[in-house]
Design a protein around this ligand. Structure first.
Ligand SMILES: Nc1ncnc2c1ncn2[C@@H]1O[C@H](COP(=O)(O)OP(=O)(O)OP(=O)(O)O)[C@@H](O)[C@H]1O
Length: 494
């Protein structure tokens, strides 16, 4: 008997059919992946089975019983646990691993939880033992790696007696090593009969884990692929057309130097390094979380100071006092955290796609301070077509878009603009394979600027860049620091 069965589920938002006649089932101990372009309806399905949204029609059964959770608490009580990325707890000072594990209990008004530290530690240790994870309960939660935080979130879910675990892009910010650790844990849970519904745009994840891959397009289930999955065919089914060769040839470095970094120390004690970016070139920096990738990009963008070293932009000394100065000098950046740094809050006047795209350009496009809505709309329409943004139009709120489509709007701000240097920090988080390919093609077609991309995914680095450099402990790895040699870093990046 299937653990969960969905029959002809449908759900619309205004004129958008997010899910249409969607039927699906998953057995105990099975890992099924949902694959679909941005906006295909994956999250909508997950929200219906986890009690966040109601379907307009269709039905669900769970363990043979009819099932229609009206709240997330109801779904969790039945054994359906959704693991969200647990980065949100990082900002709470003094929170230990034990606290993070038992957090739901502290805030549950029906079950006040006034207990000693000793009991909190013991309960947390029991939860970790039960999950089979080895984590120190007294460590500061903020000091954990992204993979460890993910494990805390899973252990919390399992303590709720999960029978179906839903993971939405759990590896989005994990390095290859951290991802492999997570795979081993998930395969172990599978052996124990727990079913896992897995959403990811990384084919490496699906290759390692999925018994079946269910492909969605336009809210419908179009095809299910069994292991061993032919991913080329699955991707073609997902985007509805063949994907041209995904790995562009690396090009020779013929352009002039655009950015020259010499003797850079990111922190006072870290090792110095040099790096030169040439016009027309795309360079990717990869490395584990905390290696210093974001710190370097931020410093180049005028956010945060270098401990030592010199930067030159087109041959001239470059010392940006702040991001505004960096933009004026021809440097643009799309940051890692789209929610905090890139989108206007819902309900603000600037939350439309058109306004989001034009916001940072206002002082250049409208020197007189005049907003020209028509121009703004045209820019947005062009971006919607170019990047395949799934939206009702340029005036749609960015908050009604699926995660991957929000990310495309953030990229659209700079991707087609003139400039000397484009900095992208984890630019493809949540972006589907088809769209990523189109964006990479657009980025690589620019011969007038250099692009520096930070990504935790070595495969992505190899796919996008002419050169891959590896960062660790706030420095670029020795012997591979600059031009020429760096092609070999493809090997190293793996
Ligand atoms: N609250 C909402 N209001 C309006 N439209 C919505 C809302 N939630 C989802 N949609 C629309 O429903 C469609 C499906 O969205 P969904 O989030 O399920 O896609 P997804 O497959 O999870 O995409 P992604 O890979 O980008 O996360 C999209 O077109 C989205 O814009």
């Amino acid at each position: 008997m299937p653990l969960l069965q969905a029959q002809a589920l449908s759900r619309s938002f205004g004129s958008t059919r997010a899910l249409a006649d969607f039927s699906f089932s998953i057995d105990p101990g099975e890992i099924v992946a949902l694959m679909g372009a941005n906006g295909a309806g994956k999250s909508t399905f997950v929200k219906i089975i986890s009690g966040v949204l109601l379907a307009e029609s269709g039905s669900l059964t769970f363990k043979g019983q009819s099932f229609a959770p009206a709240t997330p608490a109801e779904a969790t009580a039945a054994g359906i646990v959704t693991v969200h990325q647990s980065t949100d707890l990082v900002g709470i000072p003094g929170l230990t691993v034990a606290d993070a594990l038992l957090l739901n209990r502290f805030v549950d008004p029906r079950q006040p939880f006034f207990v000693s530290r000793g009991r909190i530690r013991r309960e947390a240790q029991a939860m970790l033992r039960e999950a089979g994870f080895d984590l120190p309960v007294d460590r500061d939660f903020a000091d954990l790696s992204a993979a460890e935080r993910q494990l805390v979130a899973i252990a919390r879910g399992l303590a709720n007696k999960a029978e179906l675990l839903i993971l939405d892009e759990p590896t989005a910010s994990l390095s290859a090593t951290e991802s492999r650790r997570l795979y081993a844990t998930l395969l172990d849970l599978k052996k124990r009969g727990i079913a896992i519904l897995y959403i990811s745009h990384r084919t490496a994840d699906l290759e390692a884990l999925a018994d079946r891959v269910a492909v969605l397009r336009g809210g419908r289930l179009v095809e299910t692929f069994k292991r061993p999955v032919n991913f080329d065919a699955a991707i073609e089914t997902m985007i509805g057309r063949p994907l041209a060769s995904a790995r562009p040839d690396a090009r020779a470095l013929t352009g002039d130097p655009v950015l020259e970094l010499s003797g850079i120390r990111l922190l006072p004690g870290s090792d110095p390094f040099d790096l030169t970016l040439h016009r027309g070139e795309v360079v990717a920096i990869t490395g584990v979380l905390g290696a210093g990738k974001s710190r370097l990009l931020s410093a180049i963008f005028g956010n945060g100071k270098l401990a030592a070293g010199e930067m030159r932009l087109e041959g001239r000394p470059y010392v940006p006092a702040n991001p505004r100065r960096a933009v004026d000098a021809g440097v643009a950046m799309a940051g890692e955290d789209r929610h905090r740094s890139s989108l206007m809050p819902a309900g603000w006047p600037g939350e439309s796609i058109a306004a989001t795209i034009s916001l940072p350009h206002l002082h250049r496009w409208y020197p007189g301070g005049l907003i020209r809505p028509r121009q703004e709309r045209e820019k947005a329409e062009a971006a919607i077509n170019r990047l395949g943004i799934h939206a009702s139009g340029p005036n749609a709120s960015v908050w009604t878009l699926s995660g991957g489509n929000q990310q495309k709007v953030v990229l659209a701000r700079w991707e087609a603009e003139p400039g000397k240097l484009l900095l992208l920090d984890e630019p493809f988080q949540g972006v589907d394979v088809g769209a990523r390919h189109d964006i990479i093609t657009a980025i690589r077609s620019r011969s007038d600027r250099a692009t520096l991309i930070a990504t935790s995914d070595p495969e992505e680095a190899i796919e996008v860049a002419d050169r891959v450099v590896v960062m660790d402990h706030q420095t670029l790895l020795p012997d591979r620091r600059d031009a020429g040699a760096s092609h070999d870093n493809r090997e190293l990046a793996r």
